[in-house]
Write a protein that binds this ligand. Structure first.
Ligand code: NCD
Length: 364
């Protein structure tokens, strides 16, 4: 199924699961828009490729090899919503593979100020670039642009680097990679108890990650949040359908002793209305300090998409169970792997590392 073969209204009306089929070609992404477009086989493959790239880049020769792979390509980073870590992570990923980078961060400096539509702006950029990475407050813009470009003479791939409060698929992929690596010695992600805590209603990273976790077996997932910021019903029902054991609550300490991973998030008060919904939340109830560490298993890992506020005390950083800094670095490797797949150089990378080149096996 191709994006070229479906009209916009029909495509737009599909659910994200069904859209996924139009975004993948033989298990390789043509655009990266939704967590739902990835199955378990792709998750394993992306993780494996990220590890291969990480290993290759340990040597100078390896870094030089990677840096030549896409030196004739250019990427455009269109970030109309604040970002430093995701922006830099993509910058670094592009640089590892040798892509040249252009950027628009402040749309006030672009022709949008003259009344140009975002769609026209992005279409213009596509004339100069071979990849567009975009972060916007607007939920559906990345999807619309993917369709528009696929139906133009320059079908440039789009990566969604955060779309409103909806999705953040590359963050979810790096989170899965971090979990895969954390549980390498303990049987992988299957069967684990994963706790999500904080603003689960408006945190797009949690929404995307939970959708990916549906591909793992026998999970227990706990959502700990104040009632008004509890995880959305859409995500809950998708998760329940996958057979996971789900629990909801507002007492973090109750679930910490059995947790294998705790994913902390900040309160996303930039989405508050004038009523200031977050003001009444007592943040101490949704935080990990040295005191909470005593409740955790020795093997439990603590994740956070960052930026953090008070939900993880800085003292926790010294604990070996805190993996959020490693998570940041993992993000760079996962994004490098994704870009390599978008340009079809992943097989080459594997041959270089001595592996038999293979594509991702299609998901069942
Ligand atoms: C997150 C985001 O932008 O959604 N940050 C990130 O990309 N690592 C989380 C957040 O802003 O809280």
């Amino acid at each position: 199924m191709k994006l070229r073969e479906i009209d916009w209204e029909t495509f737009h009306a599909l659910d994200a699961e069904a859209k996924g089929a139009y975004l993948m070609r033989e298990s390789r992404p043509e655009h990266v828009l939704y967590a739902q477009q990835f199955g378990r086989a792709e998750l394993e493959y992306i993780g494996d490729l990220a590890t291969t790239i990480r290993r290759i880049s340990k040597s100078r020769d390896g870094r030089l090899y990677l840096g030549r792979l896409l030196e004739d390509r250019r990427a455009m980073l269109y970030f109309s919503q604040p970002s430093s870590r995701t922006f830099l992570s993509f910058t670094a990923a592009c640089e590892i593979l040798g892509l040249a980078i252009g950027e628009v961060r402040d749309t006030a400096t672009s022709s949008e100020i003259k009344g140009e539509s975002r769609e026209d702006s992005v279409r213009t950029f596509s004339s100069y670039f071979d990849l567009i990475v975009m972060r916007t407050k607007q939920k559906g813009l990345a999807e619309r642009m993917a369709w528009v470009l696929s139906n133009s003479e320059r079908p440039v791939p789009i990566i969604n680097a955060g779309s409103g409060a909806d999705q953040h698929p590359t963050q979810a992929l790096l989170d899965v990679y971090t979990l895969q690596r954390s549980f390498e010695e303990t049987g992988g992600i299957d069967g684990k108890h994963i706790v999500f805590c904080g603003d689960l209603a408006r945190g797009r990273t949690v929404r995307s990650l939970v959708l990916l976790l549906r591909h793992y077996r026998d999970l227990h997932i706990s959502f700990i949040a104040p009632d008004e910021f509890q995880i959305g019903e859409d995500i809950l029902s998708a998760l329940r359908e996958s057979g996971a054991n789900v629990s909801l609550g507002d007492r973090l300490r109750d679930v910490l002793p059995s947790a294998d991973a705790v994913y902390m998030t900040r309160i996303q008060d930039e989405w508050d209305t004038a009523a200031g919904e977050s003001k009444s939340i007592s943040l101490e109830d949704y935080a990990i300090t040295e005191e909470e560490l005593a409740f955790l298993k020795p093997s439990c890992v603590i994740l956070h998409p960052l930026p953090r506020r008070a939900e993880i005390a800085p003292e926790v950083d010294r604990d070996s169970r805190a993996v959020y800094w490693r998570q940041v670095r993992n993000g760079m490797w996962v994004r490098t792997a994704l870009i390599a797949m978008l340009f079809g150089v992943d097989g080459e990378i594997q041959s270089y590392s001595g592996k038999v080149p293979h594509g991702p096996a299609p998901s069942a």
